[in-house]
Design a protein around this ligand. Structure first.
Ligand SMILES: [Zn+2]
Ligand SMILES: [Zn+2]
Length: 137
């Protein structure tokens, strides 16, 4: 069997599972719309806490935290104890790692590029990769 029918985590309806996770297509769409609403709200209400964002947008705190972990939204203040760098424990605003550890990891992944060796002509591809990471934010 290639597909499984499961209950949607959002509305409880049965649907055949896709690689999108545990939400039916309708809920995925609704969630995307929520996401844009939340992102807009955070932009207009700088400094809002997760609780406030949750209350004002009718989104669960867990969902907001998921977005933050996915680095899709960013809190204005890094005060939530749930958000600490997984490597060094420093409070962060979004994602899983602090800027310092992120840099360190990039260094390890593509040491050649970060150390900047101007004499090597191979930098193009890695440079692109780096730029794409920025664009995603
Ligand atoms: Zn659903
Ligand atoms: Zn760190």
């Amino acid at each position: 069997m290639d597909f499984r029918v499961i209950n949607c985590r959002g509305c409880g309806r049965l649907f055949s599972k896709t690689d999108k996770g545990r939400l039916c297509p309708e809920c995925v769409k609704a969630l995307e719309e929520k996401f844009f609403q939340v992102r807009e709200y955070i932009r207009e209400n700088k400094g809002a806490s997760i609780i406030e964002v949750s209350r004002e947008n009718e989104v669960s705190v867990e969902q907001i935290k998921e977005w933050i972990r996915e680095d899709r939204i960013e809190l204005d203040s890094a005060t939530d104890p749930d958000f600490c760098c997984m490597t060094c424990g420093v409070p962060i605003k979004s994602g899983k790692y602090c800027e310092y550890c992120k840099k360190k990891m990039v260094n390890q992944l593509s040491g050649v590029y970060v150390q900047k060796q101007p004499t090597q002509g191979e930098g193009g591809v890695q440079h692109n990769g780096e730029r794409m990471r920025f664009l995603q934010k």
